[in-house]
Design a protein. Structure first.
Length: 309
């Protein structure tokens, strides 16, 4: 005969039988009151913002899809994609160099990461844009020998190239540490097993180590991508016509500063929201093996429990 109650020891040492057949989670009045207060304050704030004429919502609506704004948005997105792609590729190479046994490669990678992580991105962008003050010409030459080819620096370092180089090299330094951390999260035994099967280090890295490291690499890389879309606003200081520069060019004519800044803010929020959704999907994709293993483990534990009874 089955029991429907739970036995608990009484203070006197006996057994105290309590019927929990109709037990339910207690209603938390305090939490409900807190939620209602937060929602009320949020609704009141949104009401004030929506009805404050100083925000210039009609101006925001009028310029939200303005061709100048959309053109700047395309520039920001293009810079993000190019700089992230270059940064990830360079970062992977730097991470492998830092983990290698070669002291020269390890030292050069560490020096690169130290410099580009230790200086502000804005300073780097200004430096690249004004490179011609240090080197009027860029050349390819044999050390202490003849020059093979040369170009005027101003013809090579345009606002576009300065923005790409500055953003990509800065991103490479951060991605190198992210990828290195992901590679270190994989058990060393995986390398040894791959070598036992006759795999080269390169093949083991691409086929075994990197796929397992992706679970640790993807979340911070998603954060870096979101940071990059916002960091592109810094290129406005070197006259690059990104999203922020575009809205600035409009409010310099119309003097509608706050509404135009709100246009930029809303576009940044829209893009980062989409990126957040994409990041969640990718994390779920690379985490499917762990969920599968957890499900198998839970099922095995259930079967063992049933067999023991």
């Amino acid at each position: 005969m089955s029991n429907h109650g739970v036995t608990a020891a009484s203070p006197s040492g006996g057994a105290d039988f309590r019927d929990v057949a109709h037990a339910h989670k207690p209603f938390r009045t305090g939490r409900l009151v807190l939620w209602m207060a937060v929602l009320l304050i949020a609704a009141n704030f949104l009401w004030i913002v929506a009805h404050n004429e100083n925000f210039g919502w009609p101006v925001v609506a009028a310029y939200f899809f303005d061709p100048t704004v959309i053109s700047g948005l395309y520039v920001s997105l293009g810079l993000t994609v190019i700089a992230m792609a270059i940064g990830i590729v360079l970062g992977l190479g730097l991470a492998i160099a830092r983990l290698s046994n070669d002291r020269l490669a390890r030292s050069l990678a560490s020096l690169f990461i130290w410099f580009f992580r230790g200086t502000p991105l804005l300073v780097q962008l200004i430096f690249w844009y004004n490179l011609s003050t240090l080197f009027p010409e860029l050349s390819i030459a044999i050390p202490f020998g003849p020059t093979l080819a040369s170009w005027e620096t101003n013809s090579v370092i345009t606002p576009m190239t300065a923005a790409i180089v500055g953003l990509a090299l800065n991103e490479a330094a951060y991605m190198a540490e992210i990828i290195r951390g992901g590679l270190l999260s994989v058990d060393r035994g995986q390398f040894e097993t791959a070598e036992a099967f006759g795999m080269t280090k390169g093949r083991a890295l691409w086929r075994i180590i990197i796929p397992q490291a992706m679970r640790s690499i993807v979340p911070p890389t998603g954060n870096q991508l979101i940071s990059m879309i916002k960091a592109t606003s810094l290129v406005s200081v070197i006259a690059m016509a990104d999203l922020l520069y575009s809205v600035q060019s409009i409010y310099n004519r119309t003097f509608e500063i706050v509404p135009m800044l709100l246009v930029a803010v809303l576009w940044y929020l829209f893009i980062t929201s989409i990126l957040n959704l994409g990041q969640s999907y990718i994390e779920a994709y690379y985490g499917r093996s762990e969920r599968r293993n957890n499900a198998v483990t839970a099922k095995s534990e259930t079967l063992v429990e049933e067999a023991s009874h």
